[in-house]
Design a binder for this molecule. Sequence first.
Ligand SMILES: [Zn+2]
Length: 294
Amino acid sequence: MPELPEVQTIVSGLKKVIVGKTIASVEILDEKRWQADESVVVKSKVTDVRRRAKTILIDLDNGHSLFIHLKMTGQLIFRQKASDSGLGTLDSSVAGGHPSKDWWANLPNKYTRVIFKFSDCSQLFFNDLRRFGWIRSSKSTDLKASQDKEYGVEPLSDQFTEEYLRSVIEKRPKANIKKILTDQSLIAGIGNIYADEALFHAGIRPDRIAATLKKADIKQLHHSIIKALELGLKHGGASDSDYVDSGGNRGEMQHHFQVYGRKGESCKLNGCQGIIEKIRLNGRGTHFCAKCQK
Ligand SMILES: [Zn+2]
């Protein structure tokens, strides 16, 4: 599932291209994926694109917002034909990296569930192979209130301090630390990948019981969570499944994982002779180096 860095990469890409555009129509190809009010969406103008936890928020000029959860295999891909934009190239990509021509050529495809058509003829495709994702709408103020109730602090915001991390650890002393990091009501946006990576950077085993963490461990973990997420952002997210950015490009973070998906491989830490192990924890595959994580 896309986590904070993947969702933020999509949001940053979309923000550059859809803010200011008017939604002329919505083509719904899968009724179950569309749980929004079409009447508030059509003819409204996009004023902002934001992220909260793992959801994508598209603010409209009528006080409503669309909010989208990509779940396992959702994609949001923006396309503007050169003939529409007046550009001389075949297609214009919105994000960095190498545009995947397959995506451009094959949209819509059999996994396309919803198509937003803007008044300038550009389009935004919501694809979802496994069909767990959804698009909803709400009054922007109601949405903020409900999301603030559901989600904890954003780990890349100023509210995520070492003291905050200590306070949530103290709230769940008997839980393993990975469980706390992936609890969206405490810290929003961290999932399986970035929890494993952050705990590696911190030298803390994922199954370590929260109450055993010392002040120095929490300080290191706070720093490591931010480091893991920022690395993910730097590399445009991780595409080890269906994730692509808003231009249809794959992320590169999977090539920089320290532990995630590296079972049986050597630990990358200098001087460590450890082999990465994979265990089942909280029902999820969990990766760590027993030599440098305690
Ligand atoms: Zn190691």
